[in-house]
Design a protein around this ligand. Structure first.
Ligand code: ATP
Ligand code: MG
Length: 425
């Protein structure tokens, strides 16, 4: 059996934490079987390596490995993407198409963010897990497939089950073996190690001397909560590597890069910038603008939603409290918006769709809510232009990798997906 150290090296996994080692060991042990595995852990802890390890160490290693981000595929097309469809089964289905479960026959499918699967898709998935059978959309002829499934989630599946969003029977099928990755804050020994590794990588990438933390800064690094885990640590290391001229980083400087610890806008606060830094400052400004645009849009949507439900008095009250929240920088504002909209619409919308303006409102808006349209048009021209630019830039930077681009933009992959459609990118 391949050793834990060798596997970590092969897959670029840094760290020596016992819980991390146990997770890798479990992956190695379970790999040669066909058992379904559920990888759990907070966002950014490194879940994506586990299914790769499992596939590469299994007898399926010469078969296909397909990673599907269940959260990024629109509900309307996910069945067809996973299971394929028959010609003519829906508008636009001009030819028969094979889905991932057919293509990956003999291989492994990684279902990332499995908690996001719509319920009807969960039923189809359960059938595959139970007897290796599936139906193409629009077909009644069952097909066989031999696919190993590894799933991952960063949400509490127990909560999702309680809320009726995830089938309990499917959960047990998927999680025959569960591999949990610990959050970074519980891997104290690894934090500095990872930081040094990233600092060295970015120094090389940007051809600058490696940044070094003072003792106080190192203490702060270990105390910080790292809710975005390794992804966040890596981003912080990259930002500092690019933006700080003085390569010895004090705790005061570090604070600027840690949300809740000081300012979130290092480049703007730190005014001593060489001219060559102009473009990164501009990028950060764009980003701020982008966030503000989102907030404004959310507000407008809230207004429209509330007006539709006819509770105008409440609109004002809620709006002003939300405006206060948004501009005081509290990040619960979005959740608050979502929950208010949910309440107002009796919870008929899903979490993801909350922020999209329903198409059918355009007619109603024309007569009743003209002023809302006016505000919208003015802002939209320039803001949309900026948004489009930002998205393009980000996609280019990450060679079209939607996940990375969405991360950078601070929006969900699903939202990015919709924007790409909207702007026809
Ligand atoms: N132990 C590690 N050593 C080096 N890099 C790591 C390690 N763990 C994670 N990373 C890096 O951190 C980033 C985030 O990891 P990954 O994408 O696997 O997170 P995740 O757990 O899938 O998060 P999410 O739930 O948000 O999808 C990746 O760039 C990954 O390469
Ligand atoms: Mg992931």
């Amino acid at each position: 059996m391949e050793s834990i150290q060798a596997t970590k090296q092969r897959f670029g996994i840094i760290g020596n934490d016992p819980k991390l080692n146990r997770a890798v060991e479990k992956a190695i042990q379970v790999a040669p079987t066909d058992i379904s595995v559920l990888v759990t852990g907070e966002s950014g802890v490194g879940k994506e390596s586990i299914p790769k390890i499992i596939h590469s160490l299994s007898h399926r290693k010469h078969g296909k490995y397909i990673a599907v981000n269940c959260g990024a595929i629109p509900e309307g097309t996910i069945d067809s993407e996973l299971f394929g469809h028959e010609k003519g089964s829906f508008t636009g289905a001009t030819a028969t198409r094979s889905g991932y479960f057919e293509v990956a026959d003999g291989g492994t499918i990684f279902l990332d963010e499995v908690g996001e699967l719509p319920l009807p898709t969960q039923v189809r998935l359960l059938r595959v897990l139970e007897n290796g059978e599936f139906l193409k959309v629009g077909s009644s002829a069952a097909q066989k497939t031999d696919v190993r499934i590894v799933a991952a989630t960063n949400v509490k599946m127990v909560d999702a089950i309680e809320k009726g969003k995830f089938r309990e029977d499917l959960y047990y099928r998927l999680s025959t073996v569960e591999i949990n990755l610990p959050p970074l804050r519980e891997r104290k020994e690894d934090i500095h190690l990872l930081f040094r590794k990233f600092a060295a990588d970015f120094a090389q990438k940007y051809k600058m001397p490696t940044i070094r933390l003072t003792d106080e800064a190192t203490d702060l690094l270990l105390k910080y909560r790292w809710s975005g885990n390794i992804r966040q640590l890596r981003n912080v290391a990259e930002q500092i590597s690019v933006l700080e001229q003085n390569r010895e980083i004090s705790d005061e400087t570090l604070k600027h890069y840690l949300p809740d610890m000081g300012s979130n806008l290092p480049a703007i606060v730190n005014a001593k910038k060489a001219e060559s830094d102009f473009s990164s400052e501009r990028e950060i400004l764009y980003k701020v603008l982008f966030d503000m645009k989102r907030d404004v849009n959310d507000l407008k949507k809230l207004t429209l939603e509330l007006m539709k439900t006819g509770n105008a008095a409440k609109v004002k009250e809620e709006q002003s409290s939300l405006i206060n929240k948004i501009y005081s920088g509290e990040n619960e504002a979005e959740e608050e918006l979502a929950s208010i909209i949910d309440e107002e619409t009796n919870g008929t919308q899903t979490d993801v769709e909350v922020f999209s303006i329903p198409e059918h409102t355009s007619e109603q808006r024309k007569d009743k809510y003209e002023y809302a349209e006016d505000i919208e048009e003015e802002e939209n021209l320039s803001l949309q232009q900026k948004e489009l630019e930002l998205i393009k830039k980000s996609l280019e930077k990450y060679n079209g990798k939607r996940k990375d681009a969405a991360d950078e933009l601070g929006i969900s992959e699903r939202t990015l997906y919709r924007k790409i459609k909207q702007y026809d990118l």
